[in-house]
Design a protein around this ligand. Structure first.
Ligand SMILES: O=C(O)CCC(=O)C(=O)O
Ligand SMILES: [Fe+2]
Length: 304
């Protein structure tokens, strides 16, 4: 008897996977602009659900508020909004994020046999000229999660509309995922907002020099329904929103099936922590379980 995998893709979806050339491009540059992976209806649903969320609607709440949780609430006003764990708090958003096609694309790029959600952050960049928080300084995502053992994690940046330079779309430092870090004390476990913008720009340039390469950047303009994937070591940033409209997006951080918590000592001797370490269940050895299905569901497997 043949059993259909719950992750089975349709013939049309198979055509939307990255080609071998796309996978080579990702391996060389550390990012990849996908084909149209979400339908107009799915994107409309994300926008609707996000508006309802901002108006206070959610299906459940994360049980604790970790110290470095990014969580916008209305009293914070018209700054850049981040809301971590939105896949957990809003079922309609979680369901779209678990679409097997997204996991399958990520698995082909990583490469990996299994993909799980690691984190899912709702982002809103207000159309406020010169709003300082709208500037996303150069960073790579692994710096948030030094406690993740995997070097193959990746992020899908998913706007809810055509996202051009005018909107302050994401910008990549090509090939930077292959750089060696010039100064290990730059690994802080802090997010870019807690660091100095100019220092981060200097660190980026110093790293390019240390690796004997020119800094080459690409502004990734993303059509609606498409998404931009970046490797967890790829430096990226974004600029002001001059479009006159809100820039709405989700940052979906994905982990390969082999990712595990791994103790990481920071330069100052402190142990790094990530949000999950206060939220997810513990594994048999007492460490945070980054495979906790409540918060880190499997979104793709080639063996189920
Ligand atoms: O909001 C942005 O422009 C950047 C998002 C980001 O840093 C990410 O998706 O990893
Ligand atoms: Fe990022």
């Amino acid at each position: 008897m043949s059993v259909t995998s719950r992750f089975a893709l349709t013939g049309e979806e198979l055509d939307l996977l990255p080609t071998d050339e796309d996978v080579e491009f990702y391996a060389a540059n550390g990012w990849y602009l996908s084909k149209q992976l979400l339908t107009d209806e799915e994107v409309a649903l994300l926008q609707e659900a996000s508006e309802a969320f901002y108006a206070g609607e959610k299906d459940r709440e994360i049980p604790v508020r970790p110290p470095r949780l990014r969580y916008w609430t209305p009293e914070k006003g018209s700054c850049l909004r981040h809301n971590d764990y939105v896949h957990y708090e809003v079922d309609a958003i979680g369901a779209v994020m678990r679409k097997p096609l997204l996991g399958a694309v990520a698995a082909k790029l990583a490469p990996a046999h299994e993909m799980r959600i690691f984190q899912c952050t709702l982002i809103y960049k207000p159309p406020v000229e010169n709003e300082p928080t709208n500037i996303v300084s150069w960073h790579y995502d692994k710096d948030y999660w030094a406690t993740s053992a995997s070097e193959r994690m990746l992020t899908a940046f998913i706007p809810f509309h055509d996202c051009t330079e005018e909107f302050g779309t994401i910008c990549m430092a090509d090939g930077s995922h292959r750089w060696e870090e010039a100064d290990k004390s730059n690994i802080t476990g802090l997010g870019y907002p807690e660091r100095n913008h100019d220092d981060l720009e200097k660190i980026l340039r110093a790293n390019a020099l240390f690796n004997g390469t020119e800094l080459r950047t690409t502004v990734v303009e993303i059509p609606k329904g498409h998404m931009s994937f970046h490797h967890c070591r790829t430096y990226h940033s974004s600029g002001h929103n001059r479009s006159g409209m809100p820039r709405r997006a989700i940052s979906l951080h994905l982990q390969d099936g082999e990712n595990r918590y791994s103790e990481f000592k920071l330069h100052d001797g402190e142990l790094a922590t990530y949000n999950h370490d206060f939220v997810v269940r513990k594994d048999a050895a007492g460490f945070p379980d980054y495979a906790d299905p409540e918060f880190c569901p499997v979104v793709w497997s080639d063996s189920v």
